[in-house]
Design a protein around this ligand. Sequence first.
Ligand code: NAD
Length: 246
Amino acid sequence: MKLEQAKILVTGGAQGLGYAIATHLQSCGAFVIIADCNAEALKNLPSTFELHALDVTSPEQAQRIAKHIVAEHGHIDVLVNNAGVIFSEPFVNIMNPQNMMHDYQRFSDSLKVNLDSVFIMTSAVVEQMVLKRTKGVIINISSISAHGNEGQTAYSAAKAGVNAMTATWAKELGRYGIRCNAVAPGFIGTDSTKKSLSEPILKHIMSNTPLRRLGEPYEVAKAVACLIENDFINGAILPVDGGLVI
Ligand code: NAD
């Protein structure tokens, strides 16, 4: 698919990787719609983007935005499921029975925002793609944590689920001309990564990465563009991690 003039919805695009993805796709000529639950952050974004406040965990809001974009712009070419929240919660905490319900609630919340939301947004957008007979593309932002990561039971389970849905949709939706791929970033130097990880941990991560550095947000964005542009890539989970998971 050509990026020029493509109508692309990026969730969680108000900051971090989502914003880098939106900016890169726009620089390639795409018409980019950003949807994010952080209404304050949306206010600071350039008006060259179409901006919407949206909670990706709400099926009603997902249906509404998909129908709105089709009513205003005719169809949706690409959905980038980027919105997510990185939860860390050592599993050993459940050995204290008082933590059990609290941790289970956090587990459920993490699955809702990192896994259910991808199902909810994709269902709403694919319905419109099929109705409009659009040869569309779904890009899911996964993570290397899908392979399992210490202290991230829920987040890792959610991202493994995202990978499984990516493969399933690649198989099921191909007959409608809809492709589905994922990008699996490693450690990317976003503000949230730098704020959430201490200097010694960042150094440890870099020394374990064959390329000895963090990734840049634009490097994830370029991988998203590549998967949109190449019409024969379907069902790929593309690592962008400097070789960390080899
Ligand atoms: P971030 O916290 O900087 O940005 C996430 C964005 O998603 C925010 O703008 C936030 O408002 C939005 N969001 C959160 N919950 C939402 C909801 N319910 N509805 C709508 N919007 C919502 O995070 P990031 O680091 O840019 O991560 C973006 C994606 O990349 C996530 O899916 C994350 O799991 C994945 N990822 C990031 C890294 C990394 O190193 N930063 C690595 C691997 C995977």
